[in-house]
Ligand binder design. Structure first.
Ligand code: COA
Length: 333
């Protein structure tokens, strides 16, 4: 038994914010942002929410899979920026799309969230508990960003991506001899380094505490530490996953990586000794949307016909936690 992705979808806010517009907010330049990150513009919410973007992406994924919302067994939304603490976003999505019989809950592993949710669904489907799942990565990070901090506000964007996955009992052998489906996954966490990329929730404040507690409610980041972590950990976990599946870098057609920074992706390609042409990127247009980057890129490649049946994909992400992961799958639709 394995799982196959049978539909993908994505949704982006309408508003485009270019680097030139950010020049008006903070002391920065289009040249600096492009050189250091590869980002030219990003989408920023002017009202779209994590649940509205998620629902739009889910509907598109279900349409592609030819499934109705009532057929969905499980909804997992990966997010670190929901509009409500309660109820969880996955329950909002269930209601918005009418997936009446689905079990729904959120997963927070920041930028690795979509991968962790995919792997969670894999475990549920493999054990036969559920037959299918909608996996979503959705963020409105613009509300967590300090728009006076040039070190972070230039990096992030808002958006959502979704994948519909189904348990696959039948062996689907592709023309190139590969068996369609998930082949392997590796994931890890390093909580000890968590504070290099953090964002505070409400501080402990109740009827029994009198003093005012100061807090910084925005994303705080040690960019260089995150950079070092990503360029070391991502290639290492991809190597681990490939070794686990008895594969080599040459056996992979596309590396669909978390779109945080073009320099990180280039460094990963170099460390893996893989051709950079196997690393599709879209971050120039949408920036780092945390958990949404991998599914949005997957949907873009899928809809533009750049993923073919039998292609072997490595999906890999890293982010706050710190968390990281890689999943290997052979495209089967
Ligand atoms: N525009 C202009 N200058 C900026 C700037 C901006 N937007 N942001 C920072 N700077 C300045 C700094 O203040 C610093 O100035 P100083 O030398 O006068 O102190 C200088 O640029 C260099 O800063 P530094 O932080 O060393 O730059 P960097 O080369 O490390 O690049 C990042 C910064 C954030 C692009 C880089 O560290 C990075 O990509 N890290 C990973 C972040 C990431 O991916 N986070 C999300 C993970 S999911």
């Amino acid at each position: 038994m394995t799982i196959r992705v049978t539909g993908t979808g994505s949704a982006l806010p309408e508003k485009i914010v270019t680097n030139f517009e950010l020049q008006k907010l903070v002391e920065t330049s289009d040249e600096w942002i492009r050189e250091r990150t590869g980002i030219a513009e990003r989408r920023i919410s002017t009202g779209e929410t994590v649940s509205s973007l998620s629902a739009e992406a889910c509907i598109k994924a279900l349409e592609m899979a030819g499934r109705q919302p009532e057929e969905v067994d499980l909804i997992l939304v990966a997010t670190c920026s929901p509009e409500l603490l309660l109820p969880c976003c996955a329950c909002q999505v269930q209601d918005r799309i009418g997936a009446v019989k689905a079990v729904a809950f959120d997963v927070n592993a920041a930028c690795s969230g979509f991968l962790f949710a995919l792997n969670t669904a894999y475990a549920y489907l493999q054990t036969g508990i559920y037959q299918n799942a909608l996996i979503v990565g959705s963020e409105v990070l613009s509300k967590l960003v300090d728009w006076t901090d040039r070190g972070t506000c230039v990096l992030f964007g808002d958006g959502a991506g979704a994948a519909f996955v189904e348990a696959s009992v039948d062996d689907i052998v592709c023309e190139n001899g590969r068996r369609a489906g998930m082949e392997c996954m590796v994931q890890g966490s390093d909580g000890a380094k968590g504070m290099v990329l953090s964002c505070e929730e409400r501080p402990v404040k109740n009827a029994f505490i009198s003093e005012d507690i100061m807090q910084n409610p925005y994303i705080q980041m040690d960019g260089q530490e995150v950079y070092k972590f990503a360029t070391r950990q991502v290639p290492a976990c991809i190597h681990d996953a490939l070794a686990k599946a008895n594969l080599t870098v040459e056996d992979v057609d596309l590396f669909i990586l978390h779109q945080a920074n073009v320099r990180i992706i280039e460094s990963v390609a170099k460390r893996l000794k893989a051709d950079i042409s196997k690393f599709p990127m879209n971050l120039d247009k949408i920036g780092n949307m945390s958990s949404a980057t991998v599914p949005v890129l997957l949907d873009e490649l899928n809809r533009s016909g750049k993923i073919k049946k039998g292609d072997r994909l490595v999906l890999s992400g890293f982010g706050a936690g710190l968390t990281y992961g890689a999943s290997i799958l052979v495209w089967g639709v």
